[in-house]
Write a protein that binds this ligand. Sequence first.
Ligand code: NAP
Ligand code: GDD
Length: 337
Amino acid sequence: MKTAFITGITGQDGAYLAKLLLEKGYEVHGGVRRISQPETVRLELLGIADQVTLHEFDLTEQNNIFRTIQAVEMDEFYNLAAQSFVGASWDLPVYTADADAMGVVRILDTLRTLRPEARFYQASTSEMFGLVQEVPQKETTRLYPRSPYGVAKVYGHYITMNYRESFGLHASSGILFNHESPLRGKEFVTRKITLGLAQLARGGDAPVELGNMDARRDWGFAGDYVEGMWRMLQQDDADDYVLATGVTTTIRDFFTFAAEELGMDLEWTGEAEGETATDRKTGKLVMKVNPKFYRPAEVDLLIGDASKARTQLGWEPKVDIRSLASMMAKSDFDALG
Ligand code: NAP
Ligand code: GDD
C-alpha cells in the first residue's frame, strides 16, 4: 500500500484527489491549516472524511512543514494548497507570494533533506500564461503572468523544475487549465453563476452580479484533472504537463448553458457595464454587470493544448463544457431544495 500526502486536502482538488487515491488503495494523509473551525465539508460530501488522516499544516510555516514531512512516511506528495483566488491576490500580494511561491520551496527543500525518494506534484496553473504569447498554450509557451497569484505560481513552477534538475527529485508540475465541479469555491465565476442561478430558479430575485463577461476560459471537470495529477507521478521520469480540454468558452456562454439547464430562456441586452440578462419566461433580471468585479489586469483568453499529456500519460478529459455547466447548476438547484 502506498502512502500519499495532500496539502490543500480540504479544497476542491484535494477532496477529489483523496477520493481517487483511496479508491486506488492508498493510505491518504492531508494537511489542514489551523482555523477556529476546520472546514471538511468537501471530504464529507464525498463520504471520505473518516478515511483520511489530517495533520496541522501551513505553507507559511517552515518548522511545521519539516515536522509533518518527518512524521508521515509518504511515497507521494501532492502540493495543492494555495491562496488560489486570483482576484484576492491583488489585496494579499505578500501573503500570496509567501504561500504560493515560498511555500513550494519550503516543501521541496524539506523533501530533499528528509525524503528525497518521495515523488512530488506541484499545482501549477494556466494563469502563468496570462497575456498569452501563443494560442493554444502548451508546456513550452512563454509565461507572462498577469496577477500576483500568477507571478507567485511561476516561481513555484520554476523552483519545481530546478529541484528536479539540481537534486534529481522526482518533481513534476501540472500546468492545469481551469477545472470546476459542484465542490468549486463559491467565489469562482462558474460556481458563483450556478449558485446564483439556482437561487433565482428557487424563487429568489437577486440577479447574479458579474465582472468581465468577455473573458474566455478552457474549463474542464476537476474529477478528470486529479486523475492526470496521479498519472504524472506514476511516470518513470518527472516532467511538466498541460491538462486542458482545448475548448474555450466565454463567461457569457457558460452563464447561458447553466441557465438553460434550469429552464431559463435568456434575453441579453446592453454592452460592457450596461450588459444585462433577463429570463423571458419570468421577466426576472438574472444578470447585471458590476464593475466591482473587474480585475486590475485580466487574462482574456485561455485555451490549452494537452497533446503531451494525451500521448505520454494517456490522459483525456471526459466532461465537456455543457455537461459541466449542467452538472453544477443541477447540483446547486438540488441542494437548495
Ligand atoms: P481551493 O479549493 O481554493 O483549495 C485550496 C486549498 O489550499 C484549501 O484546502 C485551503 O485550505 C488550502 N490552503 C490555503 N492556504 C493555505 C496555507 N497557507 N497553508 C495550508 N493550506 C492552505 O483550490 P483548488 O481549486 O482545489 O486548487 C488546488 C490547487 O491547484 C491550488 O494550488 C490552485 O492554485 C491550483 N490550480 C487550480 C486550478 C483550478 O481551476 N481549480 C487550476 C490550476 C491550478 P482552507 O480549506 O483552509 O481554505
Ligand atoms: N471570480 C469571478 N467573479 N470572476 C469573474 C466574475 C466574477 O464575478 N465576473 C467575471 N469574471 C471573470 C474573471 O475576470 C476571470 O477572467 C474569469 O471570470 C475566471 O475567474 P475565476 O473563476 O475567478 O477563475 P480564474 O481563471 O481567475 O482562476 C482560476 O483558474 C486558474 C487557472 O487558470 C483559479 O482556480 C486559479 O486558482 C487557477 O490557477
